[in-house]
Ligand binder design. Structure first.
Ligand SMILES: C[S@@+](CC[C@H](N)C(=O)[O-])C[C@H]1O[C@@H](n2cnc3c(N)ncnc32)[C@H](O)[C@@H]1O
Length: 237
């Protein structure tokens, strides 16, 4: 059977080989890698976009908890820390690389967390399938800055992202951004207000464990580089 997953996988089409293997189909030879095979049995812990479409928010033991996304979760450090320190939250970490999502799942499993899951997909495709006001918060730490002019089109923290994300955030929802790129930080600061976000000095007080230092942040701090961060709150009206 030939599977047409184009619509199922959203605009950015991440996770095709995993969807195929989980359906008993064969991906293209060039898509094979060890972490893809390790990803297959992680069903129920590692989600593809079509699975999230079907199952959100019931992927979590208690789907009534507020949902926080970690965009670009890398090896799962922040997802694990956030979910462990805040059992009243559900935390979904996402990344677009197989090795990273597999490692993140292993970390969550070792920590025995039932309020943390991982997804292999692009944040823009995930947001497009989530209902309005279903996201309490987003951690976006050190998104790839794409500094060359010809690569700028790959940045996802652009006006369209913030305008679309606003309706997906719950009232008083937030986006916490960190970057080592001053111009990226300033670009976001310059237009966020236009889409209804207000800058806050810190995370909402109910979130515990404020020291969320990511792996990239540690590397940059060790190099003595400055870190730019902002918390953007959704304020209606
Ligand atoms: C520079 S790394 C930062 C990793 C981690 N957040 C940290 O601060 O240590 C950026 C991460 O975002 C992931 N990523 C890039 N574009 C993405 C997208 N559109 N949606 C989700 N993850 C993405 C990359 O694969 C990578 O793991």
């Amino acid at each position: 059977m030939v599977f047409d997953l184009t619509e199922e996988l959203g605009v950015h089409q991440y996770g095709r080989p995993l969807v195929l293997l989980r359906s008993g189909e064969k991906p293209r030879l060039r898509d094979f890698n060890n972490f893809l095979f390790q990803a297959v049995p992680l069903k129920g812990e590692l989600y593809t976009l079509p699975e999230l479409k079907e199952e959100m928010p019931n992927i979590f033991e208690d789907s009534s908890k507020p949902l926080v996304l970690e965009v670009g979760c890398y090896l799962g450090h922040i997802v694990t820390k956030l979910a462990a320190a805040n059992p009243w939250l559900n935390v979904l970490g996402l990344d677009i690389k197989y090795k990273r999502v597999v490692k993140s799942c292993e970390k969550i499993k070792r920590a025995n967390l039932t309020n943390a899951k991982i997804a292999l997909c692009d944040i823009r495709d995930l947001l497009s399938i989530l209902p309005p006001k279903s996201v309490y918060g987003m951690f976006v730490f050190f998104p790839d800055p794409w500094i060359k002019n010809k690569h700028e089109k790959f940045r996802f923290l652009v006006e369209e992202f913030f305008s679309g994300a606003f309706s997906k955030l719950s009232d008083n929802g937030f986006i916490w951004l960190k970057t080592d790129h001053k111009d990226y930080h300033e670009a976001v600061s310059s237009f966020a207000g236009k889409y209804g976000y207000q800058k806050a000095d810190s995370l909402p007080a109910e979130i515990s464990g404020k020291e969320y230092t990511s792996i990239f942040e540690t590397i940059f701090l060790e190099q003595g580089l400055p870190i730019y961060q902002q918390v953007l709150m959704k304020k209606e009206g």
